[in-house]
Design a binder for this molecule. Structure first.
Ligand code: NAP
Length: 295
């Protein structure tokens, strides 16, 4: 039997509707949620990501302040811009699109964003709060994965989860969210990486598999337990001469074979990506809500 497809576009669209409603209420109360989107340089993938984020803001009614800087921008100029945005009362969230051009210190930039406006959830304070199970911004991709599991009615509590990848933006925070003693958590989590021995054997034990390695075919059908739920975070370009642009996007999971073993699976594209963007709006709206409560 073929797996149920977890439709990220559909889930994200429902979340955006909910956020549009909250945005209307906030705006009527005099606090329109505002997001600053900072892009340095002209990396084509980054340009398309920020354009999509700005379009999302428009759909939901969030004010989007689009700031495009040249690749020659200095560290001092970027830091000074972030200080200005930290003080800007119209701005509830600051997103600096990564990666930054060479020569700019990403870590210093992330740490300059005020934790109250850290809607990407990358600031050490946000990460600390997540680990300590305190209220704070959740990073968008792991939060999106949880929303997909919730929407597909996949029980997390008590389940065995294998996450392939331990990056600070996906694998590591997702592992923390899934094992913490809280709603949406309480799973037993194994995190695999390039030094993991017998990864296939570990993945085969999982009720839920999350692939976030950045390499096509990292998870294949022989590695997946029958009936497991598989979430594919990976986004990889593979050459495809039949496409006008010369490539197509694939995930980390061999979708065609795994869909015959799994009970549910997310596709690429149209899976985690739309959720990542929706959770950025979610964080911006919740930041605006806090601004209203403070006023
Ligand atoms: P990353 O920083 O490169 O981390 C990749 C992780 O996967 C590392 O921990 C690495 O292990 C591990 N890994 C790589 N190859 C492996 C293999 N063959 N076996 C086991 N582990 C392996 O990447 P990332 O930023 O987390 O992103 C991962 C993927 O998700 C990328 O394709 C990225 O484009 C995509 N992504 C998608 C979204 C979305 O919204 N859809 C958002 C973020 C990222 P080591 O630590 O040992 O190196």
């Amino acid at each position: 039997m073929s797996a149920k497809i977890i439709d990220g576009n559909q889930i994200a669209s429902e979340i955006r509707e909910e956020l549009a409603q909250k945005t209307r209420v906030l705006t009527d109360s005099g606090v329109r949620p505002g997001l600053a989107v900072v892009l340095v340089g002209e990396n084509p993938a980054s340009v398309s990501y920020v354009t999509a984020k700005e379009r999302d803001c428009e759909k939901v009614g969030i004010l989007s302040r689009d700031i495009r800087l040249s690749a020659q921008t200095t560290q001092e100029e970027l830091i000074s811009l972030i200080h200005e945005l930290n003080e800007d009362e119209e701005i509830d969230g600051i997103l600096v699109q990564l990666p930054l051009p060479q020569g700019l210190d990403e870590e210093a930039v992330i740490q300059t964003i005020h934790p109250d406006k850290d809607v990407d959830g990358f600031h050490p304070e946000s990460i600390g709060r997540l680990v300590l199970n305190l209220d704070g911004f959740l990073p968008c991709t792991p939060h999106g994965v949880l929303k997909m599991l919730e929407a597909s009615e996949t029980p997390i509590e008590g389940s065995d989860v294998v996450i392939v990848g331990r990056s600070r933006i996906v694998g590591a925070p997702l592992a923390n969210l899934m094992f913490r003693k809280a709603s949406g958590g309480n799973a037993t989590v194994t995190v695999c990486h390039t030094r993991t021995k017998d990864m296939a054997e570990k993945v085969r034990q999982a009720d839920i598999v999350v692939a976030a390695a950045g390499r096509p075919n990292t998870v294949t059908a022989d590695m997946v337990k029958k009936g497991a739920v598989v979430i594919d975070v990976g986004v990889n370009r593979v050459e495809d001469a039949t496409r006008k642009r010369g490539y197509r996007l694939v995930g980390d999971v061999d979708f065609e074979s795994v869909k015959d073993v799994a009970s549910a699976i997310s596709p690429v594209p149209g899976g985690v990506g739309p959720l990542t963007r929706a959770m950025l709006l979610w964080n911006t709206v919740s930041s605006a809500q806090k601004r209203l409560e403070r006023s």
